[in-house]
Design a binder for this molecule. Structure first.
Ligand code: ZN
Length: 296
């Protein structure tokens, strides 16, 4: 079912660390509102009622070096994240899960992710009771929302002029020592299809789909990961979202406080053009860092 949707851009809180608009909804009507905040990369904070959901939160914004022990920039995380009940992991590369163990330990959040995400979280000392392994096909009900897990595949990357899909390796058991950059393997890529009352929202962590897995979803909002190597047309024809939010278009190795250049924004505008070419009635949002979007 597709619900009527009004997207109000409450505030473009570009100022680093701003918590603006966090409490704009007011307690009486809070249950009707879903608030999304973009954390950069594929990261989102979703507030529904008293529940705070994080998806792929990555605030360290540094490359994981294969041969070096991974360190979360805890200060950078805590400037933006002040709590969390659930953390969903789209896939297990460092720019998606590198900060998840720290956040889970700090706030007691439950993690849902691939076997690789779960094993790396265990390696980092997250309590087993906080971890749920997903493998695609699950339909999970929570107090304020439900979520469907959909098997997907990683986006095709361009490295040194060559297009290639990252190898889909897995971490099959907890590590005996610390996490190094090389351990952040893809581990399978998943879409999350959230239902918040009448609203449906699809989160894509990496710019690719398994198109036959998209039939019948038709989300109100599709949060799509910019990828110039993916042909969006067929997937968008199946999904028919009312609103597309473009993410993972930023340069994730640069601190949020540095903002974005026009060249970086043009990556998102390319996807906007593809969407509009298909159906100009689809609303496209290209968010700024820490921008809050309220859905009702
Ligand atoms: Zn990735």
């Amino acid at each position: 079912m597709r619900a009527a949707l009004i997207v109000i851009l409450i505030v473009a809180s570009i100022a680093f660390g701003s918590q603006a608009a966090q409490s704009q909804t007011g307690s009486a009507s809070a249950m009707q509102h879903v608030t999304l905040k973009w954390l950069g990369t594929a990261g989102w904070e979703i507030q529904i009622g008293q529940t705070r959901i994080l998806i792929d939160p990555f605030l360290t914004r540094q490359q994981a070096v294969a041969s070096e022990e991974w360190k979360t920039d805890e200060e950078a995380v805590l400037r933006v994240i002040s709590g969390g009940d659930y953390i969903f992991a789209g896939h297990s590369h460092a720019d998606h899960i590198g900060d998840i163990p720290f956040i889970a330990k700090r706030f007691g959040a439950k993690i849902l992710g691939s076997r690789t995400t779960v094993n790396l979280s265990l390696s980092a000392g997250v309590d087993k009771a906080q971890l749920t392994t997903i493998s695609g096909g699950e339909k999970l009900d929570f107090k304020d929302f439900s979520v469907q897990v959909i098997k997907s595949q990683h986006g095709i990357l361009t490295r040194d002029g060559q297009k290639r899909q990252p190898r889909s390796a897995e971490i099959t058991r907890p590590l005996s020592g610390p996490i190094f950059g090389k351990h952040f393997v893809e581990g399978g890529s998943y879409l999350y299809y959230f239902t918040f009352g009448k609203l449906s929202l699809l989160h894509q962590s990496t710019g690719n789909f398994i198109e036959e897995n998209l039939q019948g979803l038709e989300p109100d909002i599709a949060i799509l990961a910019e990828n110039g190597n993916y042909n969006w047309t067929e997937a968008l024809k199946i999904l028919r979202p009312k609103t597309v939010v473009v993410h993972h278009y930023d340069d994730w190795r640069v601190p949020l406080s540095s903002g974005m250049t026009a060249a970086v924004r043009r990556r998102a505008q390319r996807l906007e053009k593809d969407v509009k070419a298909l159906d100009r009635n689809i609303k496209v949002i290209i968010p700024e860092f820490l921008q809050t979007i309220t859905l009702e």
